[in-house]
Design a protein around this ligand. Sequence first.
Ligand SMILES: O=P(O)(O)OC[C@H]1O[C@H](OP(=O)(O)OP(=O)(O)O)[C@H](O)[C@@H]1O
Ligand SMILES: Nc1nc2[nH]cnc2c(=O)[nH]1
Ligand SMILES: [Mg+2]
Length: 185
Amino acid sequence: MDANDMGNDLKKVLLTEQQIQDRLAQMAEVIDKDYAGHEILLVGVLRGAVMVMADLARKLHTPVQMDWMAVSSYGSGTKSSGVVRILKDLDTDIKDRHVLIVEDIIDSGLTLSWLEANLRTRGCASLNIATLLRKPDAAKTNITPRYVGFDIPNEFVVGYGLDYAEKYRNLPFVGLLAPHVYEKH
Ligand SMILES: O=P(O)(O)OC[C@H]1O[C@H](OP(=O)(O)OP(=O)(O)O)[C@H](O)[C@@H]1O
Ligand SMILES: Nc1nc2[nH]cnc2c(=O)[nH]1
Ligand SMILES: [Mg+2]
């Protein structure tokens, strides 16, 4: 799916596919240095993180294992509900593991601050966060990811895993939705 398939639903492309991939390669280089000699358990946060996980993991030279969690923090709206529930928990025991949470975006930070606290109770050897996007102006928590791809404005974005009412996740870039798309709901 590309920008042409979106008709006039796309206001503008914020990050091109190339910019995303180049940045992920830079992040992977830093992660490889930080985790040299260790194995990483990558924990992806469904559903939005699937694209970051797929591309970042393939850029890492460090040995990795992967697992997934699903938590609910947003409905199909565009504002954080603040309520976090575990919809799917990890299948892996993370005790003594080097865990790296992989996310697509930190907006209010509610999802990750709850998730980080939850995982810390499980005795992992280390716990860090990698996120492709962060909205510094939207932060409601003091969550500090170790690896951040891009700081972006406080606007609703879609693409590269990010959805609006489950659409647009398969865009290869990150874009801004035209207001008429979400104003009509
Ligand atoms: O920092 P926050 O304000 O908590 O928002 C960030 C979270 O919201 C989105 O997920 P969502 O809960 O919409 O589910 P999804 O990943 O399945 O789209 C996004 O993928 C992050 O996980
Ligand atoms: N699709 C999408 N989901 C989000 N969840 C938190 N912020 C965002 C955003 O900007 N876009
Ligand atoms: Mg998500």
